[in-house]
Design a protein around this ligand. Structure first.
Ligand SMILES: [Zn+2]
Length: 346
């Protein structure tokens, strides 16, 4: 009995030493993606939901995927970027994502999103409100975040330090790493004037990462975001661009690609998220984590609900019948609160 326990302990130790060992636990989304047992990093240490799950949330139905050899040295030293993107597959793991970012290579999906968020077919509701998923699944010492669908099944993984351009991935990235780790995707720069040609990221460069006051006395058409500092609240929000295929919005009428490789046309799509609390500390408590998407330059917003395609009810100025960007004819509808529930416990 003791021998068995010792063996199991040694095995567990060995497994934990390698970042790319397969342990069947969550459903892999594609062949070659390694599967590791999820560990929970509690976002709210006071709410009692700090125990890691004793078993995986979903039973694996596929056979374990084949182990892949993770590079122990940079595989992209003399990379041909055109060939890389012609045969593109997302990063296989966090280590791989770091090597890619060193060369300005994406880790996530390479399809540029449209202006509007794409909703999941099923978005759970409770008490007539959309549910925000409170389950957070990190692996690799918190460097990897697992995005689930509305049934709690794994959809994709987000690697901290990777490059991402899709709305779903950037939203999940910021939800997982934005407030808690102060991290943004590697292809983003806070400098709004950076030119694609001067960046290793080229057409995948995304700009803007700056304070968003949300001051509704200056911008009365903007809806008031929860506890936002510009309205006397205690949460400091930041904004960043979402590069789309083009935004058709009054005042931003050029429906052109965000970044064509030589020029950035910023358009009207932004992600807005909670970055700091009032003491300039990060955001660690779940009820302080907010990620919003605005497709029309802060007139209207939808909340990211922490699952793939999880977008809450639209609210804001145009929703309420106000005139876009108008300081005279405005009617922003209030933020619709959500119900918090753990998808993994369902
Ligand atoms: Zn790998």
């Amino acid at each position: 009995m003791m021998k068995l326990r010792l063996l199991a302990l040694i095995l567990a130790l060995l497994l934990s030493l390698s970042a790319c060992v397969n342990i069947p636990g969550l459903l892999p989304t594609e062949p070659g993606a390694e599967v590791t047992t999820p560990t929970v990093i509690p976002t709210n240490p006071t709410d009692g939901a700090t125990e890691p799950p004793t078993e995986a949330p979903t039973e694996p139905t596929d056979p374990p995927v084949e182990d892949h050899e993770c590079p122990d040295e940079d595989p992209y030293q003399n990379v041909d970027k055109t060939a890389f993107y012609e045969e593109y597959t997302p990063a296989c793991c966090w280590v791989n994502a770091q090597y890619r970012s060193d060369h300005g290579l994406l880790s996530g999906a390479m399809e540029v999103p449209g202006q509007y968020a794409q909703d999941a077919d099923y978005r759970p509701m409770q008490n007539d409100k959309y549910v925000r998923n409170t389950a957070t699944y990190y692996t690799d010492n918190g460097n990897t975040y697992i995005v689930v669908d509305s049934y709690g099944n794994e959809v994709l993984r987000i690697y901290e330090g990777g490059g991402y351009i899709t709305l779903e991935e950037v939203a999940a990235y910021m939800y997982a790493f934005g407030g808690a780790r102060g991290s943004i995707p590697a292809n983003y720069t806070s400098s709004k004037s950076t030119k694609p040609a001067n960046s290793i990221w080229g057409q995948y460069l995304r700009v803007n990462h700056s304070y968003f006051s949300g001051d509704t006395s200056r911008y009365p058409y903007e809806p008031k975001l929860p506890d936002i500092s510009g309205c006397g609240g205690s949460l400091q929000y930041y904004e960043m661009d979402i590069g789309t295929t083009g935004t058709i919005t009054p005042g931003y009428t050029n429906p052109v690609l965000y970044n064509n490789g030589s020029k950035i046309t910023r358009g009207a799509a932004r992600l807005v998220y909670t970055r700091y609390d009032k003491n300039n500390n990060g955001i660690f408590e779940q009820n302080e984590v907010y990620v919003f998407y605005t497709h029309n330059h802060y007139n209207d917003f939808r909340e990211y609900l922490n699952y793939y395609g999880g977008w809450g009810e639209m609210f804001g100025n145009v929703t309420g019948g106000g005139t876009f960007d108008s300081k005279y004819n405005y009617n922003p509808t209030p933020y619709p609160t959500t119900e918090y529930a753990d998808f993994m416990a369902a």
